[in-house]
Structures are given as structure tokens and as C-alpha cells.
Design a protein around this ligand. Structure first.
Ligand code: GTP
Ligand code: MN
Ligand code: MN
Length: 624
């Protein structure tokens, strides 16, 4: 065929040429962006993506030829990639927000001696130097892909579009799974719709792996919220390179949301139908690798409950005048999930979603053409494993990197919600905050009101995980699970959350809860079985949404389930509910102190007064 023949000659992607998708035909604003970036990065070729199957086949062939991916014959149309071992996670220390005024991007700590931990700022001048230091000719010899993409269903009232330029065919193929790309988006662009400009290059350095070019020493992820621009250099890892996700949907997204009055959050969205047939949607914000994907696709262990998934990582929430509620859309089209720990028991729906059309990154490979990672069911007799570094796996180290991931289309999820692509989103009845708290934090508690709930979000803490470069298992502050993803000053973010209550006089705000699946006993074992059994906690939450006041007990930190009000029928062993729901006073006095100190040190004068008042009230209740 014409397509095949042209591929043989040179790596140009002929199919779209046939469809007349050349740079010359791009809408002028897009064309200017492409031409400027071509001048800077000097790619050998430019390919405008149409999102077609034929085009994807060509990209996959190129990736196979480069040795970036290998085919996994056990599954349909699925591939494994091994990254450079230095390029395996997000790099928070190299992620910057660039604004004219520093205080627009990050809070100013109370003193010079305190290092800010709520984001990094870079001046526009410094950004220019950093770009000029890295991007000139960075794409030479490579094809630049032009990816028109939509976050949210194309043309939806809450959706936004972007154009990503990248020299990584792996990124191009992954963007096709994670976002809606191609011609429908080009149509929107032709109508003059505004778009986020996202430039990405894996860069170059000495002794690059031909299969995974990158420049880890000089990686930077830059955001310019004042002009809706993202510039990412040196990394091919998803969180740094699939710019629709954390960079657009959260960092740039949160700044657009602030301007337009809505919220862009690190939250899953899930629909739950209880046995009486009532369906409610909830959102939950947990830090990276703390259980969003698992809760979003949960196989409910209680009979009569049906759980359906809208999204597993990001939610855009906006007041809907018809229902008076916050409505949420999932701006993504795929899942980029943590592999280790995922299996047919803990998350069967994720396992089923990734049975075809999926990309696996840094997992182990089985000799029968499949994948394997820690926590997965053991492979069949006689099957051997190659680890994520390409070496034979003998059990002395891990087979999969702790932050290894699967990338798969959300549409393949067996329990995808019928409204997951509804342009106006789904109405949200509750927001859950949570994290990994081995000690002191009860299984679930409810905030007294919106302001208190916002304080609970501000006070979130969690054990660090492999999702970013932090070492060990320290308990870190991670307000709203957004610490790595704020696009603007966290103090202003808090004020924006608080303003939701007054912004629309008639708003019916979601109830706010805090959950913790990760409390441990003295032996270091989880007290709660988690996963599908978490429906027992959701069941309590749903009854609270219905206004059942007979199931709660007031404590200094919020409403906690009354004894025996969480259904533990059929659980064996019976969990120690007394311990799971206890609110140790000493622990919470220290906790309240830590939250107050953190906010005062880190956010100083930008902490909204109502938050400080809520902390003062908490301390008062704890001293009674
Ligand atoms: P990101 O995609 O990085 O934002 O993380 P996430 O919040 O989606 O985390 P995910 O659901 O992938 O869970 C991360 C790890 O936590 C996996 O290894 C899970 O097996 C484990 N996990 C999830 N839910 C539970 C739970 O209820 N109990 C326990 N003990 N572990 C859980
Ligand atoms: Mn995430
Ligand atoms: Mn996830």
C-alpha cells in the first residue's frame, strides 16, 4: 500500500498526508505555534495527527523499529515499554510555574529560613533562558508530532482544547489513549476556539538509550498560566510528558478554573447505586498512589450495590444552575494507573480494562507474552519473567518498578458510567479527602460544614509514595492531594474553594468527608481490608447524604460513625472497628498543631481567615 511503501523510505507518516493534513492547512493560530516551535527545535519532519487507526499503526511500527516498545502477544494490540531507568516518575523539584509576580504562583513562607514546599516559581526571563538552553535543535533528526487534543468530550460545555507538539512517538501514541485527539479537535480549532499551547521534547544528551531518549539531568516542566502555555523538556515519563494530564488539566486548568469560577482537582469521580435504586456521584481526592483508581473502579463487596466509573484521576467541577449542584467531568479519555498491587481480586475492572489496546510502562514481561508486577496473580507454571530493566527476574529484586503504569482507554472499562462523556458532567453529592495515615486518623469522618471541610482538605497529609522522587515513607503535607499540581498560590486556592459557598446563593454543596483505608495495628498490618470492602464506608456516607443523623457521633475532628453503624457483616476476620474509628486526643492535638504551623509557615498572610478560625475551633474542641 501507499502507506507502507512510504514508511519504508523514510519515517514520514503518509496516511494523513493523503488526508491533506499539512501544516499549511492548520488554523492560523495553530500554524504560528507550530512554525515558531519548528524554528526553535528544528525537527526533521512535522506530522499533524488525525487520530486515525492507520496513523496509529504507523506510529506503533516506528516505536517497534526503534525498540521503544515490544509487542505483548498475550493481549490484543498491547505493548510494553521500558524507559531509561532515570526517567520513571514525575519530578516535582523541576516543575515550575512562571508568572510575572512570584506571589501569584506560590505562597511566600513566613521567613527566609523556611523553604517553600507548595510549588516552584520561575521568572519569565529565567524561563526564556532555560528554554534557550535546551530547546534549540532539540528535535533534530526526529519527527515533530502536532497533536490537537480535547480535555473533556469534544465541544462539551466544560471541555477545553490544547495542541501538544512532541518529538516522542511514545507520547503521541499515549496521548491518543489518554485524551481525545485529531480531526474533531481540529474542527474546533478552525472555528477559532482558544487552545493551550503545549511544547514537549525528550531532548538529547550524551549516551542516550536509542529506545528511550531523554535528558534527566536537565529535565524541566514549565507552566505559564498567564498565557496558557506548557513547556516540558527532557522526560518521556507520562506525568511529565502527556501534557494534557497534570500540566493542563490540573496546573493550567486550576488557573483557568479560578478565573472562570470553577475547580480543577486531583479527584476520581464515581457513581454509586444503592440497593434502593438511588444513584449518587461522589468525588475523592487522594494523593498519588493512594487509591483513586482503585476506588473509582471498585467491585463492591456488599450485595445490591452498583459502582460505575466516571474518572480515576482528575475532575473538573462547576456549578450547574439547573441542579444547583457542583457537576463534574473527567477531562481524560484513558487511565494511567499504578500497576503494582493491581490484580483480579483488588481491582478486576482495571484488569479487564487493560486486556487490549494498552501500553504498559516499566512492568515485568512474562515468557508467554504477557505482563507481571508485584501483587499480581502468579504466572502459570514454567513461565519466566523479565524485569523492568530487561534482566531475568529471580525474586531478589522487583519485577516492576514501584511506579510502573498501565495506559488504557477508559471506554474499555466494564463499569464505565453511562454518563462518563456527558458534556455537563454528573452532579456531585459528596467529596472525600484521604491519604495513607498509618496512625490516628479514623476510617471515616465527616466535616461539620463547608468551611470546616475546606480546612480538612488543607490539612491533608499522607505517606510519600513512588509516584514522585521523594525518598522513604515520610508523612508529607499534601493539601487537597494537589501539592504537586497547584497552578497558583495555595492561599488564593483556599479562598477560591471557600468562595464556592457564597458565589452562588442557592448552591447545594457536596458534603465533605475524610477517609483512611491505611490505618495500621501495632504489628504494622492494615486494620481495614480496603478495596471492594470500601463500599461499607461509602454505604455509611450515602446514608449521611440522605440525612440519617442516627448513625453519627460528634467528635472534636468531625462526625464519626456511631458504633455498629458501619456494616461489617460477613467480614472475616471482623475488623477492630473501635480502633479504626478512634480519635486519639493527644495525636489530634499534635496534628492540629502541625497543620496550623504548616499553614502559618508556608502560606503565612495568604491563609484565609476562616481557615485559621477553623483550626482554632478544632484546637478548642480538642482541649475540652
Ligand atoms: P495516581 O494514579 O498516582 O494518582 O494514584 P491513585 O490514587 O490512583 O492510586 P491507586 O488506586 O493506583 O493505588 C495505589 C496503590 O494503593 C496500589 O498499589 C493499590 O493496590 C493500593 N491501594 C488502593 N486502594 C487500597 C485500599 O483500599 N487498601 C489498601 N491496603 N491498598 C490500596
Ligand atoms: Mn494522579
Ligand atoms: Mn490512578
Amino acid at each position: 500500500s501507499v502507506v507502507k511503501a512510504s514508511l519504508k523510505n523514510k519515517p514520514d507518516y503518509a496516511a494523513p498526508r493523503l488526508r491533506n493534513l499539512s501544516v499549511n492547512n492548520l488554523p492560523s493560530a495553530v500554524r504560528r505555534f507550530v512554525e515558531k516551535s519548528v524554528d526553535l527545535c528544528a525537527p526533521a519532519d512535522v506530522h499533524v495527527m488525525d487520530g486515525s487507526e492507520a496513523e496509529n499503526r504507523l506510529i506503533v511500527e516506528k516505536l517497534l523499529a526503534d525498540g521503544t516498545i515490544v509487542k505483548l502477544p498475550k493481549y490484543k494490540n498491547s505493548y510494553l515499554t521500558r524507559t531509561d531507568p532515570k526517567d520513571v516518575a514525575r519530578v516535582e523539584s523541576r516543575t515550575f510555574i512562571s508568572t510575572k509576580n512570584k506571589c501569584d504562583a506560590i505562597p511566600t513562607p513566613a521567613s527566609d529560613k523556611i523553604k517553600g514546599t507548595l510549588g516552584n516559581w520561575m521568572s519569565p526571563e529565567e524561563l526564556e533562558r532555560v528554554v534557550q538552553d535546551r530547546f534549540p535543535k532539540s528535535m533534530s533528526g526526529r519527527t515533530m508530532f502536532v497533536i490537537p487534543f480535547s480535555m473533556g468530550p469534544v465541544g462539551g460545555p466544560m471541555s477545553k482544547i490544547g495542541v501538544q507538539l512532541t518529538d516522542s512517538p511514545y507520547v503521541a501514541a499515549s496521548m491518543r489513549i489518554m485524551t481525545r485527539i485529531g480531526e474533531p479537535v481540529l474542527d474546533r480549532l478552525s472555528k477559532g476556539e482558544d487552545f493551550v499551547r503545549a511544547l514537549h521534547s525528550v531532548g538529547r544528551r550524551q549516551n542516550m538509550l536509542p529506545s528511550w531518549p531523554c535528558d534527566p539531568e536537565r529535565t524541566v516542566i514549565l507552566h505559564k498560566p498567564e498565557s496558557n502555555e506548557i513547556i516540558s523538556y527532557g522526560s518521556g515519563y507520562g506525568g511529565n510528558s502527556l501534557l494534557g494530564k497534570k500540566c493542563f488539566a490540573l496546573r493550567i486548568g486550576s488557573t483557568i478554573a479560578r478565573r472562570e469560577g470553577w475547580l480543577a482537582e486531583h479527584m476520581l469521580i464515581v457513581g454509586i447505586t444503592s440497593p434502593d435504586g438511588a444513584k449518587r456521584y461522589i468525588c475523592a481526592a487522594f494523593p498519588s498512589a493512594c487509591g483513586k483508581t482503585n476506588l473509582a473502579m471498585m467491585q463492591a463487596a456488599l450485595p445490591g450495590y452498583k459502582v460505575e466509573c466516571v474518572g480515576d484521576d482528575i475532575a473538573w467541577l462547576k456549578y450547574n444552575p439547573k441542579t444547583k449542584m457542583l457537576h463534574a467531568i473527567n477531562p481524560e479519555a484513558g487511565f494511567f494507573g499504578v500497576a503494582p498491587g493491581t490484580n483480579w481480586k483488588t481491582n478486576p475492572n482495571a484488569m479487564a480494562t487493560m486486556e487490549s489496546n494498552s501500553m504498559f510502562t516499566n512492568v515485568g514481561q512474562t515468557s508467554d507474552g504477557g505482563v507481571w508486577w508485584e501483587g499480581m496473580e502468579p504466572p502459570a507454571e514454567g513461565v519466566t519473567i523479565t524485569d523492568w530493566l530487561g534482566k531475568p527476574y529471580d525474586g531478589s529484586s522487583v519485577a516492576a518498578h514501584p511506579n510502573s503504569r498501565f495506559t488504557c482507554p477508559a471506554s474499555q472499562c466494564p463499569i464505565i458510567d453511562p454518563l462518563w462523556e456527558a458534556g455537563e458532567g454528573v452532579p456531585i453529592s459528596a467529596i472525600l479527602f484521604g491519604g495513607r495515615r498509618p496512625e490516628g486518623v479514623p476510617l471515616v469522618y465527616e466535616a461539620f460544614n463547608w468551611e470546616h471541610g475546606v480546612m480538612v482538605g488543607a490539612g491533608m497529609r499522607s505517606e510519600s509514595t513512588a509516584a514522585a522522587e521523594h525518598q522513604g515513607k515520610q508523612i508529607m503535607h499534601d493539601p487537597f492531594a494537589m501539592r504537586p499540581f497547584f497552578g497558583y498560590n495555595f492561599g488564593d486556592y483556599l479562598a477560591h474553594w471557600l468562595s464556592q459557598e457564597s458565589r452562588h446563593g442557592d448552591i447545594v454543596l457536596p458534603k465533605i468527608f475524610h477517609v483512611n483505608w491505611f490505618r495500621k495495628d501495632e504489628q504494622g498490618k492494615f486494620l481495614w481490608p480496603g478495596f471492594g470492602e470500601n463500599i461499607r464506608v461509602l454505604d455509611w456516607i450515602l446514608r449521611r447524604i440522605d440525612g440519617d443523623c442516627s448513625i453519627l457521633e460528634s467528635t472534636p475532628i468531625g462526625y464519626v460513625p456511631k458504633e455498629n453503624s458501619i456494616n461489617v457483616e460477613g467480614l472475616s476476620p471482623t475488623p477492630n472497628m473501635k480502633e479504626l474509628l478512634s480519635v486519639p486526643k493527644k495525636f489530634w492535638q499534635r496534628e492540629a498543631e502541625a497543620i496550623e504551623t504548616y499553614l502559618k509557615e508556608q502560606v503565612d498572610k495568604d491563609v484565609p481567615e476562616p481557615i485559621l478560625e477553623q483550626i482554632a475551633k478544632l484546637k478548642e474542641r480538642l482541649s475540652e
